[in-house]
Design a protein around this ligand. Structure first.
Ligand code: NDP
Length: 509
């Protein structure tokens, strides 16, 4: 099949998938199911057009209730003072339960988001691994001690959980992204309020039931569903919240930081990206082409880390783009429930329209669209893999996140130009460099201002390595050995032993 063939979906597969999990879900507040005021949000599968889940439409009062539950869970609940061994035991049990329910969780994410099922299964597997990594860090968390301050002084630096954490997640990796935050916050001993995107709430709500099954005490994790302005906004401004951990757009991240500033909340922000893949003539071209295809279209390009900006050395640009166009036609776009599908549906009709408008504007600005650049014929929401060439660095499509299966190509002549172009957007999430020359690879690796630089690979990840952005791609890092520390405060215990040695007022006066 080529990308141009009208896309059909398999109704039998759809019905079997829908039978694997309940349609209706409740919010979770202090261990109880909650339905809010009774209004619901229906989610239709963007590939199939049928209602796959219904969740409560939470309102400000529901946000207030979950925050109060988390506050109580932190101030009076057993979790913050639980031993590291017991915290780790719960997190490990959660990982086992995720493995047990892997297929159902993958189906929830696939049906709500439109992502390919084979990819969703990989994400759930990766998420379980992150829960296990967080369990290992829980037992390593420690402070510092200073016995070198003199015989009468001892300094101890404690690491204490920061308190109540608001976790706000987007729709593109529903289960994976909550798993990059929640296990570390819980490992630190925090109590959490979680809000998934209203389009992809099911797997997060299912996770809530797994946490209870694993023995997490009531109030340590509370989940509210609804729209950002209704329930997300209070989670960023409420004085009872100590920290915000957010993944989503740079615009909403900025608003969340501003809302949290009034009460000086700590923030962790994982935001957008316009990530360059820089290819030099001495690269392994076959590998670079495969990575460029993957980077452009993985998760339908709805990915903060998408390799959406190809920076090609001029001598190889034409040959590279011709071959990329051939490979783009071989990408299987289709029913996300088909295990061979590589690119599933786009999240919503609004978003598909936005992607098309980006491509149209680029064409009007003088860029050349090398492949389709349009939606595909279907009852669902599908977009053809699209290459936009002859792009100038000042064009909107070279600077703004498209968040669709659209890759732009710019050309360059020198190494310095490559670094300058790579740094020419407001973002700095990730980049890759393709070259067999050590000097070239290291120069790009050192010169590009981004949180992750891949050398001769793209979008590899592992919980051991920190992830996050420079500049407007975010604040702070997730994952890595400091991931639990991020959810702690440092407290200094400065101890004096023995008689007072330094008097402020003269003695006996
Ligand atoms: P948003 O940034 O709007 O949403 C992310 C999360 O924030 C969602 O749970 C959303 O809730 C919530 N939210 C929305 N408004 C507020 C608010 N005022 N206060 C607190 N929380 C809020 O991203 P979208 O999902 O709408 O996507 C828009 C664009 O953002 C995409 O086109 C893409 O460019 C970018 N994006 C980047 C992502 C990344 O991984 N860095 C992920 C997703 C999107 P709800 O959606 O339920 O209203």
């Amino acid at each position: 099949m080529t990308a141009q063939t009208p896309i059909a979906v398999d109704t039998k597969k759809l019905n079997a998938a829908m039978a694997r999990f309940p349609r209706d879900r409740a919010m979770q507040i202090a261990g109880r199911d909650a339905l809010g005021g009774g209004e619901t949000i229906e989610r239709r599968s963007p590939a199939h057009g049928v209602i796959v889940t219904r969740v409560p439409r939470g309102r400000a009062e529901d946000a207030r209730a979950v925050i109060a539950a988390a506050r109580m869970g932190f101030d009076e609940g057993p979790w913050p003072s639980e031993t590291a061994a017991n915290r780790a035991r719960v997190l490990l049990k959660v990982a086992d339960l995720i493995d047990r329910d892997r297929e159902a969780l993958a189906l929830m994410d696939t049906l709500e988001s439109g992502k390919a099922i084979a990819q969703a299964r990989g994400e759930i597997e990766g998420a379980a691994d992150i829960w296990r990594y967080a369990a290992s860090l829980a037992r390593e968390l420690s402070g510092e001690s200073y016995a070198n301050l003199g015989r009468d002084r001892l300094g101890v630096v404690l690491r204490e959980p920061i308190g109540v954490v608001s976790i706000i997640t987007p729709w593109n990796f529903p289960f994976l992204i909550v798993s990059q935050k929640l296990p570390f916050a819980l490992a630190a001993g925090c109590a959490c309020v979680v809000k998934p995107s209203e389009m992809t709430s099911a797997s997060t709500l299912h996770l809530g039931t797994l946490l209870a099954e694993a023995g997490l005490p009531d109030g340590a994790c509370n989940i509210v569903t609804g729209y950002g302005p209704d329930v997300g906004a209070p989670m960023t401004s409420d004085p009872d919240v100590d920290m915000i951990s957010f993944t989503g757009s740079t615009a909403v991240g900025r608003a969340a930081m501003a809302a949290g500033a009034a009460t000086l909340k700590k923030v962790s922000m994982e935001l957008g990206g316009k990530n360059p893949q820089v290819v030099f003539p001495d690269a392994d071209m076959d590998a670079a082409l495969d990575a460029a295809t993957f980077g452009a279209y993985f998760n339908a390009g709805e990915c903060c880390n998408a390799g959406s900006r190809l920076l090609l050395q001029a001598d190889i640009a034409e040959a590279f783009l011709s071959e990329l166009a051939q490979r783009s036609k071989r990408v299987k776009v289709g029913d996300p429930l088909d295990p061979d599908t590589r690119v599933g549906a786009i999240i919503s009709a609004d978003h598909l329209g936005k992607i098309e408008r980006h491509v149209k504007a680029a064409r009007e600005a003088g860029a050349v669209v090398r492949t389709d650049g349009t939606r595909l014929e279907s009852d669902g929401l599908f977009m053809a893999p699209t290459i936009v060439a002859d792009v100038g660095p000042s064009m909107a499509i070279a600077r703004e996140e498209v968040f669709g299966p659209v890759v732009v190509a710019l050309t360059l002549k020198t190494l310095d130009e490559a670094i300058a172009l790579a740094n020419s957007t407001a973002y700095g999430l990730s980049a890759s460099v393709w070259s067999r020359d050590l000097d070239t690879a290291l120069s790009v690796g050192r010169g590009v201002r981004a949180g992750t630089i891949w050398v001769n690979t793209f979008m590899d990840g592992t919980p051991e390595l920190p992830f996050g952005g420079y500049r407007q791609s975010g604040v702070g890092r997730e994952l890595g050995r400091n991931a639990v520390k991020d959810y702690t405060e440092e407290k200094t215990l400065h101890v004096h032993a023995g008689p007072r040695t330094s008097w402020w007022l003269p003695r006996g006066a």
